[in-house]
Design a protein around this ligand. Structure first.
Ligand SMILES: *Cc1c(COP(=O)(O)O)cnc(C)c1O
Length: 353
């Protein structure tokens, strides 16, 4: 609190990210980072970019990176918008498309940053409930809205909507923007980028933080038809016209181009997911099928809070949400390396038995 704050600052409810412990030997399964390192090609591109040219501003168009994304997604460079993490891209999308007379819609259980952006920009919202099995029901998203946003797969549940369901939603919702937040799509889902040519109101947002192991570089992007991208560019250029620095752009472009490493990494994460899911199931956990790099799990005999605390005592960090009520007994467990996942299973065996 300070009397120097602008008035709206008092009412903000900022996002609280998962813990990033300083020293110590933690097994960190709490923020959905990739357990495998970034592409070696990304690292050498960053090392090469760290030179005299850093005295110059970066390319305001981030052409190198956007070309790499366009190649990966099979779209035009002009249909790609780059940002400093997908959180920034999402924030710009809320500002650009969601300040509407009607409330926007997103699930009651979802990425908690959406509420924060609504608070920041004064956007009204409604939150249709997930069903009992935590699935998104798109029939609860009537066309009369100021916009729609959801992650696919959803966070923190990991549950995936098939592309056909998203197409149906788009077919009956043509008057407001639909943002599909695909932070985890590379772990087994089918991207809605394929629908961009058909729907002028669709914006697909992705990040290099998860499937490309570059959370520390802060790079995300959006794909959409030109008028939506132009809207985002107008916000960006009224805020910070150089979101990607030279190092980030070089590393991100190289990471997008390294198809082989990407394929290996995502495969390894998906294999670990199915292995861990089997082990958790054997320990009595209820684990909805996840298409992400994390599992969402609860045990019938132990509260989420007590499990998270017992794991912390064994130097293992997982994420636990005390709100909303419905998910308070779940743990969100990021897939680690095979070794880390084995350590988690041994710890849980000792705790639940
Ligand atoms: C991790 C995550 C993001 C943010 O990613 P950054 O690119 O690191 O900002 C966005 N949406 C969802 C659903 C996420 O889980």
């Amino acid at each position: 609190m300070s009397r120097y704050w602008s008035k709206p600052v008092h009412d903000l409810e900022p996002y609280v990210p998962g813990e990033q412990p300083g020293g110590g030997d933690w097994i960190k399964l709490n923020t959905n980072e990739n357990p495998f390192g970034p592409s070696p090609r990304a690292l050498s591109a960053i090392a090469e970019a760290a030179g005299d040219s850093l005295r110059l501003y970066p390319d305001p168009g981030n052409t190198l990176f956007r070309q790499a994304v366009a190649g990966h997604c099979d779209v035009e460079v002009e249909q790609v918008f780059a940002g400093n993490g997908s959180d920034e891209v999402l924030a710009h999308a809320f500002m650009a498309f969601f300040r509407q007379p009607r409330p926007i819609l997103f699930p009651d259980i979802t990425y908690s940053f959406y509420r924060v952006y609504c608070g920041l920009y004064g956007i009204e919202y409604r939150t249709p409930e997930l069903d009992e099995s935590l699935r998104l029901r798109l029939e609860d998203y009537p066309a009369d809205n100021g916009g729609i946003i959801f992650p696919n797969p959803n966070a923190p549940t990991g549950l995936l909507l098939p592309l056909e369901a998203i197409r149906e939603l788009l077919e009956r919702n043509r008057d407001s923007v639909v943002v599909v937040d695909e932070a985890y799509i590379d772990f087994g889902g089918e991207s809605a980028v394929a629908l961009v040519p058909e729907f002028e109101n669709l914006l697909v947002v992705q990040t290099l933080s998860k499937s490309r192991s570059l959370a520390g570089l802060r790079v995300g992007f959006a794909v959409g038809q030109r008028p939506l991208i132009e809207g985002l560019e107008r916000i960006r250029d009224s805020f910070n016209s150089y979101p990607l620095d030279r190092l980030a752009e070089a590393g991100a472009a190289a990471a997008m181009a390294d198809r082989e490493y990407f394929a290996q990494c995502r495969q390894a994460v998906m294999e670990q997911r199915e292995w861990l899911r089997g082990r958790l199931d054997a320990l009595g956990f209820e684990v909805p099928p996840s298409a992400a790099n994390f599992l969402f799990a609860r045990h019938p005999d132990h509260s989420g809070e007590s499990l998270a605390e017992a794991l912390r005592e064994k130097a293992i960090l997982v994420r636990h949400f005390s709100r909303p009520e419905r998910i308070r007994d779940f743990l969100r467990i990021t897939l680690g390396t095979p070794e880390q996942n084995r350590a988690l299973v041994s710890a849980l065996e000792a705790i639940v038995k």
